[in-house]
Design a protein around this ligand. Structure first.
Ligand SMILES: [Zn+2]
Length: 236
């Protein structure tokens, strides 16, 4: 995962910092399992590997461990296999789930960063936050929040209306924006969203930001056109 502070370094788990404990009531429950089983809470640090940054991210949540005893065939000695899994429920500062452009407006960025924190805590709330990002992203590309609607000449436009305007101004993003809208709606109203759908929404908004703000494909097309105009010869 990329460091949320320098956005260059990678976060590495500091194994020595990880501590786990099993609460008494779970120890009693887990003793009834047919194999050696342990579960409880953990906490630890992830550290940025960029020497100029060295950010520290705190992570905490639940852990599950299974132990299976076996006899080593080569040495005839007993060995224990540990199957350990961590389920993080909070990370702070939250790592970036997706990349975003440097030129992203402040409101979109603030809500996007909040979505990264919610990703670990509450998927429905996270999806709702991504829906808010899409509203602010539309601001950045100049789609108005008010305009003619029905009998009104200057009504408040909802996200659906604004996506219709985007379809005219910058076609090709309406399918992605509508997915972000409906998954965000489900997150708000039902309180549950499909995890795979949430990941797809992140992918969609990453692509939309790159295209609408950085105009990566348009800039590449421009450079290719320039090469063709020079018939492949180096720039003078
Ligand atoms: Zn860093």
């Amino acid at each position: 995962m990329t460091c949320p502070t320098c956005r260059k370094g990678m976060l590495r788990a500091d194994r020595d910092s990880f501590k786990r404990e099993e609460p008494h009531y779970l120890r009693i429950q887990n003793m009834d399992e047919p194999f050696d089983y342990e579960s409880g809470r953990f906490k630890g640090f992830l550290r940025c590997d960029n020497q100029l940054c060295r950010e520290i991210v705190v992570v905490a949540g639940n852990y599950y461990a299974e132990y299976h005893d076996e006899i080593d065939r080569d040495t005839d000695e007993p060995i224990t296999h540990e199957m350990l899994s961590y389920k993080p429920l909070m990370m702070s500062p939250a790592p970036e789930i997706i990349q975003y452009p440097k030129k992203l407006n402040k409101d979109s960025k603030d809500h996007l960063l909040r979505s990264f924190a919610l990703f670990w805590i509450d998927h429905a709330a996270c999806a709702n936050r991504l829906r808010i990002v899409t509203e602010y992203l539309l601001d950045q590309v100049g789609i108005p929040r008010d305009g003619p609607k029905g009998r009104s000449a200057n009504a408040r436009l909802d996200l659906f209306d604004r996506i219709e305007l985007l379809k005219v101004a910058k076609p090709g993003h309406e399918v992605a924006f509508n997915a972000l809208r409906v998954v965000g709606n489900v997150g708000s109203h039902d309180g549950v969203v499909d995890f795979e759908d949430l990941l797809t929404c992140y992918e969609a908004i990453e692509d939309a930001m790159s295209e609408l703000i950085e105009e990566r494909k348009a800039k590449l097309a421009q450079r290719l056109q320039d090469i063709n105009a020079r018939k492949g010869k180096p720039k003078a």
